[in-house]
Write a protein that binds this ligand. Structure first.
Ligand code: PXP
Length: 261
């Protein structure tokens, strides 16, 4: 299993004080030494964490391939084309969101914008992944557009899991949509895993490479990592959160061991 470590959250911590500490650049060697395979970063339109010069320095000096997440905004696509990362993952972006809340909307007019951005970056020899919801329609759209990879958004799975197996329902972070009896949540979780599995099978039948990510952590990752079609997981928040207590190298090593079990 390829593990991409999303290091945006190191920059989130830096931005809390708007100084230059901690520097996400320092994570590169540690993540590589801990056995991960890829660095993932997101250059958001509002530059709320990773900045242009972070992206440039990380791409220029990373010992691991860099997966750069970006929206289809033409200014951002132009920057990505200039940065030439190993891969660009096109994601939806909404200024108000705390994090990427769902997969790309593959209906018109968004389809045309994703299609245009994909062709522009592919022509510059940048591998393309599309961050999509685990649906057959989205997989078909990704195939039509000509992506090499699809990354399935596992946020819904992670939310249901957290409402079932953590104290989340008792906190002010409880997710209203999933406030229901445990037996119903269990059924929903089962159905969500089945939906992800079906989308994975469809993607592989279409010749697409399959990644997954969002909300994956040390508790919930096993079920997703066990899906045979999934070649890669991109994980950020849980690894950086654990690193506060155990150090980044140990947090990455633990995740590497879990996803390869
Ligand atoms: N994959 C993609 C495409 C993402 O946008 C993100 C961050 O939102 C992740 C993976 C990692 O998600 P998390 O930080 O919840 O692990």
């Amino acid at each position: 299993m390829i593990l991409g470590v999303n290091i945006d959250h190191i920059a989130v911590l830096r931005e809390a004080r708007a100084i230059n500490d901690p520097d996400p650049l320092q994570a590169l060697g540690i993540v590589a030494r801990a056995g991960a395979d890829q660095i993932t970063i997101h250059l958001r339109e509002d530059r709320r964490h990773i900045h242009d010069d972070d992206a440039k320095k990380i791409i220029d000096s990373s010992p691991l391939p860099v997966n750069l997440e970006c929206s289809v905004n033409p200014d951002i696509i132009e920057i990505v084309a200039g940065l030439k990362p190993h891969r660009a993952t096109i994601v939806p972006e909404n200024r108000q969101e705390v994090t990427t809340e769902g997969g790309l909307d593959i209906n018109e007019p968004n389809f045309s914008n994703i299609d245009k951005a994909t062709h522009y970056l592919k022509a510059r020899e940048i591998e393309i992944s599309l961050f999509i919801d685990p649906t057959v329609e989205a997989v078909r759209a990704a195939k039509t557009i000509g992506a090499t990879w699809v990354e399935f958004h596992t946020g819904r799975y992670a939310n249901i899991y957290a409402m079932l197996y953590s104290n989340l329902p008792k906190t002010h972070h409880s997710i209203e949509e999933f406030e229901m009896e445990r037996s119903k949540l269990q059924k929903l979780l089962y159905r969500e895993v089945e939906r992800i599995k079906r989308a994975c099978e469809e993607a592989v039948e279409f010749g697409l490479k399959v990644a997954a990510g969002h909300g994956l952590n040390y508790q919930n990752v096993k079920t997703i990592a066990a899906i045979p079609q999934i070649e890669e997981l991109n994980i950020g928040q849980s690894i950086i959160a654990r690193s506060v207590f155990t150090g980044l190298e140990s947090a990455v090593r633990e995740m590497v061991a879990l996803v390869n079990r």
